[in-house]
Design a protein around this ligand. Structure first.
Ligand code: GDP
Ligand code: MG
Length: 163
């Protein structure tokens, strides 16, 4: 497979909402990977005439802090292995969390394109708040609302340009 976009980020940032939006009305395939504690959702779509696959590495084991961190590390590793491009999703309404910083550090090791995407920017006022994400040390970020779809076109323009 090629042209794979992986969605990475801590729980509740809006990965599944964005996944569904990127797929539009297309069908997702749920794949239970042996030995992996969660399902991964794959979906196909296209943008600017370029076909791509999206992976939502979704579910988590609910448990101790350690298990949680281990899960996130696995999620990021899988994404980095399989993806052609990675969407690192964060949530403007929560701001930067410790878990965002961890994901950010893990992603620093890959040479695949990483797109920092600030989600839940549902209105213009939240655009200003998104600026705090510069402190994650990534030069550029995108603001979107997975709920309304705003900003996703510009993001996809830049992602498919790397394929
Ligand atoms: P995931 O855990 O990262 O897959 O996050 P979900 O997609 O399940 O979303 C978590 C919560 O955030 C849900 O209640 C969504 O409705 C909400 N959400 C997702 N995207 C947006 C958005 O763009 N704006 C707002 N206001 N809420 C959103
Ligand atoms: Mg989810």
């Amino acid at each position: 497979m090629s042209n794979i976009i992986a969605l990475v980020g801590r729980p509740n940032v809006g990965k599944s909402t964005l996944f569904n939006r990127l797929l539009q009305k297309r069908e997702a395939i749920v794949d239970s990977v042996a030995g992996v504690t969660r399902d991964r959702h794959y979906g196909k779509s296209d943008w600017n005439g370029i076909d791509f696959t999206v992976i939502d590495t979704g579910g988590y084991v609910v448990g101790s802090e350690d298990i949680f961190e281990e899960e996130i590390r696995k999620q990021v590793e899988l994404a980095v292995d399989e993806a052609s491009a990675i969407i690192f999703l964060v949530d403007v309404t929560e701001g930067i969390t410790d878990m965002d910083k961890e994901v950010s550090n893990l992603l620093r090791k890959t040479d695949k394109p990483v797109f920092l995407v600030v989600n839940k920017v549902d209105n213009a006022m939240l655009e200003t708040e998104a600026m705090e994400f510069y402190s994650l040390g990534i030069e550029k970020y995108y603001t979107i609302s997975g709920m309304t779809g705003s900003g996703t076109g510009d993001l996809l323009d830049d992602i498919v340009a790397t394929f």
